[in-house]
Design a protein around this ligand. Structure first.
Ligand code: HEC
Ligand code: HEC
Ligand code: HEC
Length: 435
């Protein structure tokens, strides 16, 4: 993969704008000199300086990367323009440069490809983002429909009495209003059901990130939450003519566990909380919502983790939530440790700091989906925000990015108005007809 805009002065200009509007300058400095974060104009490269590595870093595809993964949704065209700008900042040894200085062969075709209409565009506020999609499972309108039917179909469970909706209710922000939901066998989940708003943007799913992508998660959820045997479900769907033909048409063959996962994943990729009052704020607005966003980003620095437009960095942090329980949930630490054990390698030293760390939830659709946090302890959004504004709950692994910043009562009111503005108007969700 090579940058089709290499050396293009117009792309440098546009890349500079994107570098500012996406908040890259906040960590790297507008001229790349660092400041709060890592300098990017020297010869030291964490993962390598070739186009493909840097592209993957910005798209959040390097395992364990420390750079936030908020940019997973940035369209390829914008990533390349950003990198064209990054290249233009280079102050290192010219003899070490190993990237093309002129557009590579085939770049005209690549650039033309960028302006092709997209199969799916998320709603306002996220509309200039691209929902990451595996190359063997592109989004199509009829696949979305098929996935939606399956999502609401109780055939996906063991006793045919549960669907995904049993725990992910659209009107409740795609969660279920409970601190902990009951699994198929009546046992309680140890963690709160997360929202599905924006789940398509998350490279690693579940509160501890142990599922790599939606296609991997769905068969797991069918087994663990719904008690189903995906092979058996596939056989049953195969006996329903409308399903059989839809699978053949959309996925090239009869229902299989893999094809069920692909269809449901496609539907989940289209669940978003966009077109919110915040997304519709007129330019130059100065009301409480606009002021509140300023407080959120510049006074209380919540954007260090809740980065727009998703309002999540998709990374894992210890906020202390749950550290005060008798047997604290080890969160991300357990996943990192288990992965190391399975690979017969030593647990990396940085894993310790991830004890009690959980995925930063997106704040979109916040009002619909009480209670909050991975243990569902906060009954209202302002209680949750209050815990965050206090700098979390003290414990030995508390993330240093979270601090208590002094705010006036007026700023607090504005911050809460901003949080409320991230929820779209609530309407009943029309259920599809299940064949
Ligand atoms: C919250 C801070 C933060 C933001 C925002 C951020 N970065 Fe980074 N960036 C990092 C960190 C930390 C690294 C070091 C890589 C690592 O350890 O994963 C990095 C690494 C890089 C590198 C590779 C540098 C090297 O020496 O290997 C490039 C290029 C880069 N970032 C570009 C960008 C661009 C473009 C954006 C905006 C789309 C951006 N960054 C936004 C923190 C940030
Ligand atoms: C019995 C309740 C229940 C049912 C039924 C259920 N889920 Fe979930 N879901 C959960 C819980 C609990 C979690 C979080 C588990 C964890 O983090 O360890 C979760 C997590 C998820 C996530 C990850 C979200 C994130 O932010 O990481 C997705 C996506 C998801 N479920 C989709 C589905 C789909 C699709 C179905 C139907 C095939 C389904 N769920 C059925 C309870 C349920
Ligand atoms: C260091 C990263 C970080 C910072 C800074 C941060 N948050 Fe969070 N936030 C998280 C994580 C991680 C969670 C989930 C914690 C858990 O459930 O254990 C969370 C959860 C939340 C929730 C509950 C959402 C839900 O769906 O359960 C709200 C509301 C929230 N944060 C608001 C804020 C506000 C307001 C600020 C600034 C005052 C802030 N956060 C600063 C990482 C952060």
């Amino acid at each position: 993969m090579l940058n089709p805009f290499a050396g293009d002065p117009e792309a440098v200009k546009q890349g500079r704008k994107l570098f500012q509007s996406n908040g890259c300058s906040g960590c790297h400095g507008l001229m790349g000199g660092g400041g709060m974060g890592k300098p990017i104009l020297d010869d030291e490269w964490v993962y390598g300086s070739d186009d493909e590595t840097l592209f993957r870093l910005i798209k959040g595809q390097i395992p364990g990367q420390a750079m936030p993964r908020t940019f997973v949704g940035l369209p390829a065209e914008q990533v390349w323009k950003l990198l064209t700008y990054v290249r233009s900042l280079y102050k290192g040894d010219p003899s070490l440069i190993n990237w093309p200085l002129t557009p590579p062969e085939g770049s005209a075709a690549m650039i033309a490809d960028f302006s092709k209409p997209r199969a799916y565009t998320p709603p306002k506020g996220l509309h200039d983002q691209e929902v990451p999609t595996p190359s063997d499972n592109p989004i199509t309108p009829s696949k979305i429909k098929l996935g939606e039917q399956l999502f609401f179909d109780k055939r996906l469970s063991k006793a045919k009495n549960m669907s995904c909706e049993s725990c992910h209710v659209p009107e409740k922000g795609w969660t279920d209003g409970l601190a902990f939901s009951k699994k198929f066998d009546g046992s309680l989940n140890p963690r709160h059901t997360p929202t599905l708003f924006g789940a398509g943007f998350l490279p690693e799913l579940y509160w501890d990130g142990r599922a790599q992508g939606l296609e991997a998660l769905i068969p797991d959820v069918m087994k663990s939450q719904m008690g189903a045997d995906p092979e058996e479900v596939a056989r049953e769907l195969n006996a329903v003519p409308a399903y059989k033909s839809a699978f053949e048409a959309e996925l090239g063959g009869p229902p299989t566990p893999d094809r069920i996962a692909k269809a449901v994943a496609t539907f989940v990729r289209t669940i978003h909380a966009g077109d919110t009052p915040f997304d519709n704020l007129p330019e130059g607005a100065e009301d409480d919502v606009a002021q509140g966003f300023k407080v959120f980003s510049e006074v209380t620095h919540c954007t260090l983790c809740h980065l727009p437009p998703l309002f999540s960095d998709t990374l894992f942090h210890n906020m202390g939530v749950g550290s005060d329980r008798e047997n604290p949930d080890p969160g991300r630490f357990k996943f990192v440790a288990d992965t190391a054990l399975a690979a017969h390698t030593r647990i990396p030293p940085e894993a310790e700091a991830l004890t009690g760390a959980f995925k930063t939830p997106s704040l979109r659709g916040l009002l619909l989906r009480a209670p909050y946090f991975h243990d569902g302890r906060a009954k209202t959004y302002d209680e949750a925000a209050g815990i965050m504004m206090k700098g979390g709950i003290p414990n030995p692994h508390l993330d240093e990015k979270l601090q208590e910043w002094p705010v006036t009562p007026e700023q607090r009111t504005q911050l809460l108005a901003f949080l409320r503005s991230l929820t779209p108007e609530s309407k009943p969700y029309p259920r599809p007809e299940v064949p």
